[in-house]
Design a protein around this ligand. Structure first.
Ligand SMILES: NC(=O)c1ccc[n+]([C@@H]2O[C@H](COP(=O)([O-])OP(=O)(O)OC[C@H]3O[C@@H](n4cnc5c(N)ncnc54)[C@H](O)[C@@H]3O)[C@@H](O)[C@H]2O)c1
Length: 333
């Protein structure tokens, strides 16, 4: 990824919460390559030490092992920070359906702690991971930021509440915030293991093990799958933008294209069979549709292009190509 335009982040102090997770560790990596001073706050609830292992010896990297549910920890982490990239949360719709209290404690209580700490310590800008789940039952396509429906899961409620709190912290206390509504992000370091693994790493691992992936439903449901480099770009643009109108907004963070689940499995097969041709023969199984899943999701990225100057660098095909290569090199035993 060409980060040249973000060189002015050198020496800036930036806190990445959830920095040991999938998206957070990619943000830490990009920021370190720009010579920023990076602090990672993570309790390893779903993140991993191996995601940040290469950064631990870096002179510009600090790890705070702690929980965002503890206000004092958040206050300590925000001390002397210029910017916060808040990624820490419990992801996954099914996780929130199984245990709504814990998802709410972390995603709402922890979020509020981080806002209070950022306000108290004079953080210049608070950028946070919002979610496409905020569109809920709205059927309009493409999704535009100001047209949302009713939330369809406890997780979606938590992410919508984040947006409401961020707005209030701006209007009440003058904290500058930007919310990035991520759409099905994928790429290097996304965890393929565990009950709540996302569809792309899960299917990649199953194909690599010659196990048939199960598509929920007939495979016609579609998503705006977004490669991690596009998400990193949106975060860096949010920190560096000098456009005052771009602040205190939420943005779709996506590509603006949609792919059905059947097309996704074909793409995965195409790119993975480059490494193991037997993967072409792995059959797909279909199961029932999953509770809380919306049929289609497609973002308009016009607002991000207009206000932040966003230009997605990876469409799904090239993103899957890079992800497949990474998984092959890093997961294959
Ligand atoms: N991956 C996606 O497609 C997607 C889509 C929409 C929104 N998001 C949001 O993006 C953010 C990052 O997601 P991800 O995919 O990298 O998930 P992830 O699980 O890999 O990363 C989340 C990180 O937060 C940490 N964390 C969780 N609870 C914590 C706590 N109480 N205190 C400190 N750290 C804690 C975890 O250990 C982990 O490292 C989350 O806020 C998620 O809701 C992700």
């Amino acid at each position: 990824m060409d980060l040249e335009q973000f060189r002015n982040l050198a020496k800036k102090n930036i806190l990445v919460t959830g920095g040991a997770g999938f998206i957070g560790s990619n943000l830490c990596e990009a920021l370190l390559s720009l010579n920023a001073n990076v602090t990672c706050l993570d309790n390893f609830a779903t993140g991993h030490k191996h995601n940040i292992a290469p950064f631990l010896s870096h002179k510009n990297f600090a790890l705070i092992e702690g929980d965002i549910c503890d206000l004092k920890t958040c206050q300590q982490a925000c001390l002397n920070q210029d910017f916060v990239l808040h990624q820490a949360a419990l992801g996954s719709v099914p996780r929130s359906i199984n245990d709504p209290i814990t998802s709410n404690n972390v995603n709402v209580g922890g979020f509020l702690n981080m806002l209070v700490a950022a306000r108290d310590k004079g953080v210049k800008r608070f950028i946070y991971a919002a979610s496409s789940s905020t569109y809920g039952d709205s059927e309009s396509l493409p999704k535009e930021e100001d047209k949302i429906g009713k939330p369809l899961s406890p997780y979606a409620i938590t992410k919508y509440v984040n947006e409401l709190y961020a707005e209030i912290f701006n209007t009440t206390y003058g904290l500058n915030t930007i919310g990035l509504r991520y759409f099905n992000v994928f790429g290097r370091r996304q965890d393929p293991n565990g009950a709540y693994a996302a569809v792309i790493p899960l299917f990649v691992k199953q194909f690599m093990d010659h196990v048939s992936p199960v598509i929920n439903g007939d495979g016609s449901y579609s998503r705006d799958f977004t490669y991690i480099d596009n998400v990193v770009q949106m975060n860096l643009l949010s920190i560096t933008t000098e456009n005052e109108d771009a602040l205190n907004q939420v943005y779709n963070t996506a590509v603006g294209d949609r792919t059905t689940l059947v097309q996704l499995t074909e793409l995965l097969k195409k790119h993975l069979s480059f490494f193991d041709e037997k993967i072409q023969e792995v059959a797909i199984i279909h199961g029932p549709n999953r509770k809380g899943d919306i049929p289609h999701s497609l973002a308009s990225v016009e607002k991000a292009e207009r206000l932040l100057g966003y230009k997605p660098t990876h469409a799904i095909d090239s993103g899957i190509g890079e992800a497949a290569k990474w998984y092959w090199e890093n997961l294959k035993d």
